[in-house]
Write a protein that binds this ligand. Sequence first.
Ligand SMILES: Cc1ncc(C[n+]2csc(CCOP(=O)(O)OP(=O)(O)O)c2C)c(N)n1
Length: 326
Amino acid sequence: MPDLKTLAERAELEPRFTGGHSLCRGCGAPTVVRTVLNSIATPVVVVNATGCLEVATTRYPTTAWGVPWLHLAFENAAAAASGLETAYRALKKRGAIPDEPITFVVFGGDGGTYDIGLQALSGALERGHHFLYVCYDNEAYMNTGIQRSGATPFAASTTTSPSGRGDYGKHQERKDITAIAIAHHVPYVAQAAISHWQDLSDKAARAARQNGPAFLNVLSGCALGWGHAPADTIEIVRLAVETRYWPLYEVVDGHYWLNYQPQNPLPIEEWLSRQDRFKHLFQVENHPHLGELQALVNSEWEQLEARIQADTPWFEAHPELAGARV
Ligand SMILES: Cc1ncc(C[n+]2csc(CCOP(=O)(O)OP(=O)(O)O)c2C)c(N)n1
């Protein structure tokens, strides 16, 4: 498959996703989409689960998509990509169409990925379809009014896990969808964030080169749902990385590699205090939950670090498979 080696080459690619859509100011989703699509050298076909991205980019009679694009329901985005990819392979095998590479890319929000579309995603990953699934993770069902999803962090206030009247927001821990994807033994799984766009771009390029399923979980952002000024989205997503809440790592053929090591990890409060969805945690009666959140972050980081250390010899033996450190 051809490759776009430099960021300049990627930036110069004709835009596959244009401005003029009606996503909110400060929304992270367009950054995810443009960065991913401009990092893939082949023609692409996009499958889009419903959510903010789909709704706000396709207002009749306009579209922000400069590529073939399918709108699907939550439940079946990955199933539709499986069908497309299989049909394309079958037609090529029969000689009915030219043998040219196409990358099939799914975009789904966290509601569509962690929860409602999980069954189809799991099936497609396990069957080994050659496609890239990208979750733009804003940590709630934003399009329908900020309802909690499986991605919503512990203690975040949403419209269906509200804080107040003695309650502290969501009681459950967030689901680790990246680990679930890894458990399917696919060639490439990675976590990325819009604050580290070069890393995201490289991961998209690497993911598209795999000869099998690839999954990217990208921390996006939502000024409205997280409760901050639109101009602060990138900075707040960066704080998620600097507090170790959102590690940037990749798993290549089952082997773990860290792409970014925060030199002076910040306490989780530095990320939480910038967002209204966590402001109740700074009331005295909720202080214990701050400690619980920090303990969760620490324990997840330690588990990840142990896996990364265990896999260091494997990457030393296969240095060409290790992604760039950012
Ligand atoms: C089966 C089904 N249930 C509910 C809806 C209504 N609905 C449309 S968009 C949306 C929220 C999507 O959340 P997410 O996938 O996280 O994407 P976001 O809106 O945050 O971009 C919901 C609940 C639907 N379209 N289909």
